[in-house]
Design a protein around this ligand. Structure first.
Ligand code: SAH
Length: 246
């Protein structure tokens, strides 16, 4: 089969790595959603772990045909886009796993966080740099802060590009998300809007984007730039804005 670059189709061929990803989270007897099943390499390893049910969300019709040849009672293949998919229709306590398409990861992860109330844990393989940004190690951006407001994030391991077919240009990094006990945001649209505003024109000082009084109340240096922010800082700004109905 011809792989589609536009859909980020890089097939993971190392059995050892596939097994590692499948055991990133204990999925026995759980409802699991896999994103981007592709040819089913990871799908098969996930089934080995005896989930209660495995739902595979795959955008590419051709791949869906391949996946439908996996003959198991507890699997459901859906031909949909994971960046708009309604995850919560499958239950209230879901696990999401996937070797994500590297050109679409941002919209997909945003969609995951928007469904945090039904997704307890997740494990993603992403470009190494993207994984490092999300865990907050380098170059933090709005997506990293969004994820870390709702989930504790852990970097699990690096996967060299030679384990893929075709090999991507960069190495990959596996990360694990575990939902925090408190979900502190009521209006997630507003929270995402605020994050994007804070990170627009990254070089501008925060006081040029947000009322200086709020920054001071939240003990944030008005002259700092967005990359210095931590999830609790953004939450503080959000809460003051909610209070003041801004
Ligand atoms: N899981 C396989 C393939 C990973 S490649 C493996 O590990 O080998 C990424 C997969 O995501 C591809 O099959 C691609 O078709 C699919 N994909 C790309 N964009 C998607 C989207 N928006 N929603 C769901 N699947 C998507």
């Amino acid at each position: 089969m011809k792989l589609k670059k536009s859909l980020g189709q890089h097939i993971l061929v190392s059995k050892g790595v596939l097994k590692k990803i499948a055991s990133c989270i204990d999925i026995e007897k759980k409802t699991v959603i896999e994103i981007g099943g592709g040819t089913g390499n990871l799908t098969r390893e996930l089934l080995e772990k005896n989930p209660e049910k495995l739902i595979v969300v795959e955008i590419d019709r051709e791949m869906v045909e391949v996946l439908r040849s996996i003959n198991r009672e507890n699997i459901e293949i859906v031909n949909e886009d994971a960046s708009t998919y309604e995850f919560c229709k499958h239950g209230k306590d879901l696990v999401v796993i996937g070797n994500l398409p590297y050109n679409m990861y941002s919209l997909i992860i945003e969609n995951i966080v928007r469904h945090h109330y039904c997704i307890r844990e997740a494990c993603f393989l992403l470009q190494k740099e993207v994984s490092e940004r999300i865990v907050g190690k380098i170059n933090v951006g709005w997506l990293s802060l969004l994820v870390r407001t709702f989930y504790r994030v852990e970097y699990i391991m690096t996967v060299p590009s030679r384990f893929f077919k075709p090999p991507p240009k960069v190495n990959s990094g596996l990360i694990k998300l575990k939902r925090l006990d408190k979900c502190p945001v009521v209006d997630i649209d507003k929270y995402v809007w605020l994050l994007k505003k804070l990170f627009s024109n990254r070089r501008k000082m925060l006081k040029n984007k947000i009322n200086e009084d709020i920054l001071i109340k939240c003990k944030i240096d008005p002259k700092a730039r967005a990359e210095k922010l931590k999830p609790e800082n953004v939450l503080c700004i959000y809460n003051y804005m909610e209070e003041a109905k801004l």
